[in-house]
Design a protein around this ligand. Structure first.
Ligand code: BGP
Length: 464
């Protein structure tokens, strides 16, 4: 059961995001991103240097190769490519990613590239960001520039990383820029993002760009905490809120009808919806779906309490209670029988099997696990960093993926989050995910952890 039947096609790699690892925040003509401005303005820990991947990508890609990996998922920083509202192209930005892609190919590493992993150019945030449909048009222009510049060098493209998280955190929970708490705005942003996605896919096909195009979602498998009918309805509501509004339009060409009905019945204004947008969505289904999975979600009915979100961005130092509740929709709860990390994530390896079976059955679209990993406090001073907890986490999850593959799911790859330590949004660099440790205090020296060697050996020997 451990063995993968057609291993040649299976990708084993790691995933990163531009803002979280590149650094070089103001080099080579890069415009400011909304994260640069937001973190600087509030004096929060930022990604100005991060893992210094912008300067050290060759070393990092070489280490991926030496670590037995055959793929790398990364994102392109929009503010490096497009300089301003007029849409002018920054040739230095293009050159950087051509160099990165060439390095991948030279090392035999298959790139899987994300166009948007949350670093919106600030000049777009200044005109209303994702609330403004002009941002969707600007995204399509940016996508077109990338398609033309990198055509032939990328086989696996994705438009957005996790539309749910950056819209939810930016417009509902308010813990990411632009820190709003406004459901009406949230709904409009979600719509604009899915329209931008569909238009970018449409263009990809019209321009006959080489390769396949998909989207990456934050797959949060929802489990009822009991079997009461109101709990099952709450699970459906939570699934619509977290998952279905992204993967239904992306894979089936339409938003979930019951969700739209519920939003309408609650009096939200949907007058911004246009028939021509829905037509583009209907016509442009993805070639594959990327699923990021960290842990399961347990749901109960929201019986009392207004909509409220309290997030843990400070690990064990967090003294509050994590809350995720939408009035009349759902409420998150914990399963007392599952382990919970220092950062409040419950872990459940079987969840990755169940989500793969579920998504395959629902959409029959090829799947990739585009992120999976565990964030830990770690001392990276010792010569040998013994991250056995990460090894157990990855091993148990990968076994479940192979299990799903052997049970008939078309799953084509696994990307560990992350190949090396990087900046974690709002949590800073102390929440470490890497297979390679980075000494952020001392020139970003790279130090492979035990998991790096374990992954290499398992790819080469165990999963053959
Ligand atoms: C995903 C994001 C990543 C990454 C990861 C870990 O949602 O796509 O960018 O950050 O989660 O989350 P965090 O860094 O908040 O622990």
């Amino acid at each position: 059961m451990k063995n993968i039947d057609n291993k040649e096609e299976f990708l084993f790699g790691g995933a990163t995001a531009s803002y979280q690892c590149e650094g070089a925040w103001n080099e080579d003509g890069k415009a400011e991103s909304m994260w640069d401005v937001y973190l600087h303005k509030n004096n929060y820990e930022n990604g100005d240097v991060a893992s210094d991947h912008y300067h050290r990508y060759k070393e990092d890609i070489r280490m991926m190769k030496e670590g037995g990996q055959n793929a790398y998922r990364f994102s392109i920083a929009w503010p490096r490519i497009i300089k301003n509202l007029e849409g002018e192209v920054n040739e230095a930005g293009i050159k950087h990613y051509i160099d990165v892609l060439d390095e991948c190919h030279m090392q035999g590493i298959e790139p899987l590239v994300t166009l948007y992993h949350w670093d919106l150019p600030q000049y777009l945030e200044d005109i209303g960001g994702w609330l403004n449909p002009a941002t969707a048009d600007a995204f399509v222009h940016y996508a077109e520039v990338c398609y033309k510049a990198f055509d032939g060098k990328i086989n696996l493209w994705t438009t957005f990383n996790e539309p749910k998280w950056f819209t939810h955190c930016g417009y509902m929970a308010g813990n990411y820029p632009p820190e709003h708490h406004n459901p009406q705005e949230y709904i409009q942003c979600c719509y604009n993002v899915m329209v931008a996605h569909a238009k970018a896919v449409d263009l990809f096909r019209k321009e006959n760009i080489k390769g396949k195009i998909g989207i990456v979602m934050s797959t949060e498998p929802m489990y009822p905490i009991d079997d009461k009918p109101e709990t099952l309805q709450a699970v459906r509501n939570a699934d619509n809120y977290a998952n279905n509004w992204v993967c239904d339009p992306a894979c089936k060409g339409e938003f979930p009808k019951d969700m739209v009905e519920k939003i309408r019945s609650q009096g939200f204004d949907l007058s911004f919806v246009k028939k021509e947008d829905l037509d583009v969505i209907a016509k442009n289904r993805v070639d594959f779906l990327g699923c990021n999975y960290y842990g399961p979600v347990f749901v109960k009915a929201n019986e009392e309490g207004d909509t409220c979100f309290v997030t843990n961005n400070s690990g064990t130092r967090f003294k509050g209670k994590v809350i995720n509740r939408i009035k009349d929709w759902y409420e998150y709860t914990k399963n007392p029988d599952l382990p919970t990390t220092a950062w409040g994530t419950q872990t459940y390896p079987k969840g990755i099997y169940e989500l793969l079976m579920n998504y395959w059955e629902r959409y029959h679209t090829p799947l990739y696990i585009t992120e999976n990993g565990i964030g830990l406090y770690e001392d990276i001073a010792p010569d040998r960093i013994e991250d056995d907890q990460r090894i157990d986490y990855m091993d148990s999850h990968i076994k479940e993926i192979i299990h799903a593959k052997n049970d008939g799911v078309d799953v084509r790859g696994y990307f560990a989050w992350s190949p090396f330590d990087l900046y974690s949004w709002k949590n800073g660099c102390e929440k470490r995910y890497g297979l390679i440790g980075i000494d952020f205090e001392n020139g970003c020296v790279r130090k492979p952890k035990k998991s790096y060697y374990w992954y290499k050996e398992a790819i080469e020997k165990e999963w053959k």
